[in-house]
Design a protein around this ligand. Structure first.
Ligand SMILES: [Zn+2]
Length: 184
């Protein structure tokens, strides 16, 4: 939150390096400030959800994966393809390091952007480290919302027994990593 003496009536909010910045007039009271911060944060979320719905095509997904790789892995994770699949009910995502392909379950489509980003980051990390070892988790935790997203996905799995695991929560240690020739 930043107060500005020059601002009279307008309130602006935006994200900066993962933080939410709300600009409000210096003259606002504490109560007005609280109300506006809540309102602007809600507005930002709506805007981001709209953007999330734009992650509709495989091309959008590939572009998003490239951005995440650039941001968290210095561009070292380079997938050959990233696509939505409808036939993945047990896992949120999967990766075949052999041919560098990544698939995301279409069940993720309605979920918040930070969750979809987490699954992308998780599968991208498998291009650098195939197993779920310490090195792998260190890579994944470069993504600041990894634990929050894991909690979100585990909550869904807990609520619906017998549906997806993999990608983080899990059954077998490598159950979202597929060997060459194991393509679905
Ligand atoms: Zn995995």
């Amino acid at each position: 939150m930043r107060r500005s003496a020059r601002r009279r009536r307008t309130v602006t909010a935006y994200r900066e390096n993962g933080r939410t910045i709300v600009l409000i007039p210096a003259a606002f009271s504490a109560a007005e400030e609280r109300r506006w911060v809540d309102q602007m944060v809600a507005k930002l979320q709506t805007r981001e959800e709209r953007r999330h719905r734009n992650l509709a095509s495989d091309g959008d997904l590939m572009a998003r994966a490239t951005t995440l790789s650039d941001t968290f892995f210095a561009g070292r994770a380079v997938p050959a393809s990233v696509r939505w699949v409808d036939n993945q009910h047990r896992r949120w995502g999967s990766c075949t390091p052999g041919d560098r392909t990544i698939r995301l379950s279409s069940r993720l489509r309605g979920m918040p952007e930070f969750v979809v980003d987490y699954v992308l980051v998780h599968e991208l990390a498998h291009l650098l480290e195939a197993s779920h070892d310490d090195r792998f988790w260190a890579l994944v935790h470069a993504y600041p919302q990894a634990d929050r997203a894991l909690g979100f996905l585990e909550g869904i799995e807990f609520g619906r027994p017998g549906t997806p695991s993999g990608t983080g929560a899990g059954d077998g240690p490598d159950d979202d990593v597929e060997g060459p020739g194991a393509l679905d």
